[in-house]
Design a protein around this ligand. Structure first.
Ligand SMILES: [Zn+2]
Length: 128
């Protein structure tokens, strides 16, 4: 095994750890999520002022958005783990070029290079 291979392995291991951490933090976040009806029930049983009620509802909306984002992200993390298990981690799934190390450091769940991800985002983004 060359030094380069060893470095690569070390990086993969670090990324695997980072991915596992991300996945488990998403699990925890999702665990906090409860159906909206249940939460509204909680709110209704308290004697909130109108403003508190509105605030509680809008916090709830923010939380729902967050949970949605987290679950999308979690899918991406799981996808990255699949790539890792297939021995394809760190390689762009669209163009087969290596993904920049810097990108993987900040986005360990990335499975596309910046150029391909940008293209993919444009193609898949739903217009708001
Ligand atoms: Zn690419």
């Amino acid at each position: 095994m060359t030094n380069e291979d060893r470095e690569r392995m070390k990086r993969l291991e670090a990324n695997r750890t980072a991915l596992a951490k991300l996945a488990s933090s998403f699990e925890q976040e999702a665990g906090l999520h409860r159906p909206l009806a249940e939460s509204v029930g909680d709110i209704m049983t308290h004697d909130y002022e109108d403003t508190d009620f509105a605030q509680a509802l809008s916090d709830r909306e923010i939380n729902d958005t967050l949970v949605h984002l987290l679950s999308e992200n979690r899918e991406q993390v799981e996808h990255a783990l699949e790539r890792l298990n297939a021995g394809k981690y760190g390689v762009c799934e669209d163009c087969d070029e290596p993904i920049a190390t810097e990108r993987l450091k900040f986005r360990p769940e990335a499975t596309r290079c910046v150029a391909c991800q940008g293209r993919w985002d444009r193609l898949n983004r739903r217009s708001a």
